[in-house]
Design a protein around this ligand. Structure first.
Ligand code: HEM
Length: 212
């Protein structure tokens, strides 16, 4: 960013570079930590799923694929994690209409700003049976219809960090699950969204090291 210029020879202003770096730090860190918090929360609430993950049960593929005897480590690329459907770290983003179009009976003029929402798309019962239920095996049957599962967005501006994020989350979970079982210290902890979803008190947990 410091050394590259655009086609007219103009360099980026310092404040634009700072803005991009801050965007990258927030986009790269807070998203993945929000995702990790929700896996920890759901696995604490659903011991049968935790046990499946710990034992490398293939029906919880995304969560088991980096475990020693689990499926191949490349499976994580195909697997779709249900925690990101239920609690997408990024709630959505803005787009600008590049042409006039009709949507659901509404006429959207060119130039209007539109907000697409990952959260409401992911909770649509037309696409997800029992949408409020955490079910890591739901994607094993049929993959989601195009543009119904969009935690990383879609189209040309889709998150460029998604493969890195998936791997980062799996490495963290791998070490946590291999070493510990845990329980939540606040059973009904509230979820706040500001701007990413997170447990209001920071999800305090009690860790129990595995004996074997
Ligand atoms: C679980 C983790 C993550 C989630 C859920 C996530 C989600 C998203 C979403 C929804 C967008 C907007 C896409 C769109 O407008 O269509 C986005 C954009 C972006 N993400 Fe991520 N992200 C994650 C991790 C990361 C990481 C680790 C990095 C970098 C190391 C990163 C860098 C970016 C950047 C630079 C953009 C802007 C892309 C553009 O505007 O062309 N993200 N992300």
């Amino acid at each position: 960013m410091l050394v590259f210029s655009d086609e007219d020879g103009r360099y980026m202003a310092e404040c634009d570079i700072a803005d991009k770096i801050l965007g990258l730090l927030i986009g790269g860190h807070d998203t993945a930590s929000s995702a990790c918090a929700f896996i920890v929360k759901y696995l604490a609430e659903l011991p049968e799923i935790y046990n499946g993950v710990y034992k490398g049960d293939p029906s919880v593929k995304f969560y088991s694929c980096l475990f020693s005897d689990g499926p191949s480590s490349t499976d994580y690329r195909r697997a779709l994690p249900d925690h990101q459907r239920l609690a997408p770290p990024l709630q959505g983003a803005f787009r600008e209409a590049i042409t006039d179009f009709m949507y659901n009976g509404y006429s959207i003029p060119k130039g209007w700003k539109l907000y697409w929402s990952a959260n409401s798309t992911h909770k649509n019962p037309e696409f997800f049976l029992e949408p409020s239920k955490f079910d890591p095996s739901r994607f094993e049957r049929n993959g989601p219809a195009p543009y119904t599962f969009v935690p990383f967005g879609g189209g040309p501006r889709m998150c460029p960090g998604k493969e890195y994020a998936r791997l980062e989350i799996l490495v963290f979970m791998h070490h946590l699950v291999r070493k510990f079982k845990w329980e939540k210290m606040i059973p009904d902890e509230q979820i706040v969204v500001n701007p990413m979803p997170s447990p209001a008190k920071g999800l305090p947990i009690r860790l129990y090291p595995h004996k074997d």
